[in-house]
Design a protein around this ligand. Structure first.
Ligand code: SER
Length: 604
């Protein structure tokens, strides 16, 4: 069965009586006016207002489609047999209409009867419950009644069985919707020796163990909640269903091979890479996969009117192209001769669905000129690296600062010589460079404070928390317009039409103090500007930044940091060092600009 057939079967199944869904047109991949995200990254995204309770314009309560999506959070995972940045998501939705007892049997029937997946190969997971949302016994009972034995029903917490656009209930911003979910996994079988690097671990294997034996093929989210405050969820007016299943993964299950790149959605691209490089997929899986995925994403971005640039969507496109260009280079496809053949294959795969009118002669030069640019930098950078007897942190830093060579490229070259670069040393190089440049007032990256007294450093971190809290409470339009920190106070200006209400001010202050009390680590990462922008770190739009920047973040990881900003530092090492803060006063200093003064509260 081809992937197109899977897509068609899904659409027909959910359209048919008694499911009676209306097929809607998928949303464009590129979102222009959504401040929360650059791309459509799931089928539910265009439906958020209706999941929140607004009636759907046509009056329909059962909707479905197949949605092309881009997710860049998984970009580092691309290269294994299942992760993608571009994918297609089959989706069906109930806007306060049917619920669990219809959804789970339907999706089960679709998998087992329509696609013929053996029922014994299906495993499922349900939400284990927490102090706010009960354990999902109802879904478990439904799965049992369908013939899934309890040994194949797993309970997990919010990390695995809760879905919202922004993660767990704790990570959800106020106003976000989400709910517990129930996932279906396909079991490729114990007998399968999947990969040298991820041998099947028999003892502790379970659907979410990531050993490669199981592949998630569908997620039924029961969108029932809205976040209304820190640790506070409220029931939505409707109980909704939001199902999403990755077409590439479902096709892999139908194929009986867990490698999504072996489905007909990738095979023709892999074949060109194979003949073009004279190398075999089996020996170069990571390179082939990264090229195939990123190339596909780039072609779809092109089809959506994006061109590589230094901003927003164009930045992501540039980054994806450079990443796959580097892999092309590694495979020895350096003449770009293969590019038209590759882009043509992408268009062929989707010519009947999404890329009907795309002309290849326009696509490949659009992508090719970006690759050309990257190659010329790469050659110069590699030449420099080659001329060095040892590739250490300092050399890696120089090649980044001078040629824009990503750290990973230097490290890979170092490794090929049996050398290694210590990331901490590399970051230290940065520090060194920063203080040097500060003293000569020619910054590698802007930022940095003149006064390094403990009070100023504390207030500096507190100011990052102030900005993060303002954004949470007032919205992402809040950016820094001005900032000045002395030993006694931090002064912070931002655009807002009116002064904040007392209640809002109190909320902001409380939020900062709550974060301080959580004793979160404050760390930084040094990275190329492109990469930093792609993390979504806050930066002042009218500032100029060097090609390499420092990003400070509060929390364990940059991905789920409470605050994440381009900044030279310095900052405290842990929020607990700040003590407590107080918002001393606010002023309206001009049309649409508000100024807030923040002070440290003396310890009692
Ligand atoms: N929104 C859910 C997901 O993206 C299901 O559609 O996984």
């Amino acid at each position: 069965m081809t992937a197109s057939e899977v897509r068609e079967k899904y659409i027909n199944y959910f359209k048919a009586n008694p499911r009676n869904h209306k097929e809607i047109s998928p949303a464009p991949l590129v979102l222009e006016n959504d401040p929360t995200t650059l791309f459509t990254s799931s089928g539910m995204q265009p439906l958020v207002p209706y999941l929140m309770g607004e009636p759907y314009p046509s009056g329909d309560k059962r909707l479905m489609d197949s949605q092309p999506s881009i997710r860049t959070v998984d970009v580092e995972e691309v290269g294994d047999n299942r992760h993608l940045t571009f994918f297609e998501m089959l989706g069906n939705w109930s806007l306060g209409d049917y619920f669990k007892k219809e959804q789970l049997p339907w999706i089960f029937e679709f998998f087992t009867k329509e696609l013929g997946l053996p029922k014994e190969r299906l495993w499922v997971s349900v939400f284990e419950g927490n102090n706010q949302v009960p354990k999902d016994e109802e879904s478990a009972e439904i799965w049992k009644s369908l013939g899934i034995p309890k040994e194949r029903i797993y309970y997990y917490g919010v990390e695995k069985n809760w879905w919202s656009r922004s993660g767990t209930p704790q990570q959800m911003p106020v106003g976000e919707i989400g709910g517990p979910d129930s996932e279906a996994f396909y079991d490729f079988g114990e007998e399968l020796k999947l990969h040298e690097n991820s041998p099947f671990k028999k003892e502790k294997c379970h659907p979410n163990c990531e050993c490669g034996r199981f592949l998630e093929i569908g997620n039924s989210v029961f969108i029932q909640y809205k976040k209304i405050g820190e640790d506070k969820l409220e029931e939505l007016p409707n109980k909704n269903v939001d199902f999403g299943g990755g077409l590439e993964r479902i096709a892999a299950a139908v194929n009986g091979d867990p490698d999504i790149y072996k489905t007909d959605l990738f095979k023709p691209i892999i074949e060109v890479l194979d003949s073009g490089s004279g190398k075999k997929y089996d020996d170069n899986e990571v390179e082939f996969r990264v090229i195939a995925d990123h190339l596909k994403a780039a072609v779809f971005l092109f089809a959506n009117g994006v061109t590589p640039s230094n901003k927003q969507h164009g930045y992501v496109m540039r980054r994806l192209i450079r990443r796959f260009a580097y892999k092309m280079n590694k495979l020895g496809i350096i003449t770009l001769k293969e590019l038209p053949k590759l882009t043509e294959q992408v268009i062929n795969i989707y010519k009947d669905s999404y890329l009907k009118d795309l002309e290849n002669y326009k696509v490949h030069p659009g992508i090719g000129s970006e690759i050309d640019k990257f190659f010329s930098t790469l050659y110069r950078g590699e030449k420099y690296l080659d001329s060095q007897p040892v590739i250490n942190a300092q050399v890696a830093f120089n090649s980044l600062a001078t040629y824009g060579i990503p750290f990973e490229v230097s490290r890979e070259l170092a490794k090929s010589r049996g050398q290694d670069i210590d990331i901490t040393e590399f970051e230290k190089e940065f520090e060194k460079h920063q203080s040097l440049s500060r003293s000569t007032s020619a910054g590698v990256f802007k930022g940095g404070l003149a006064d390094h007294s403990p009070e100023v450093i504390k207030l500096h971190t507190a100011t990052h928390l102030l900005l993060a809290s303002l954004r949470k409470i007032l919205g992402d339009q809040v950016v820094q317009k001005g900032q000045n920190i002395t030993k006694d106070r931090s002064r912070f200006d931002f655009p807002n039409s009116e002064k904040l209400t007392d209640k809002e001010l109190k909320e902001v202050e409380d939020m900062i103090n709550d974060t301080i009390q959580k004793s979160l680590p404050v760390n930084f990462k040094v990275m190329p500007k492109e990469e930093a922008l792609a993390t979504g770190a806050i930066h002042a739009f009218n500032e100029k930044y060097a090609d390499t920047v420092k990003v400070y973040f509060v929390g364990d990881r940059i991905e789920n940091a409470i605050s994440c900003e381009f900044c030279g530092g310095p900052h405290v090492g842990n929020t607990s060092e700040i003590g407590r803060v107080r918002i001393k006063k606010q002023e309206k200093i001009g049309a649409g600009v508000i100024r807030i003064y923040l002070t440290l509260k003396p310890a009692n």
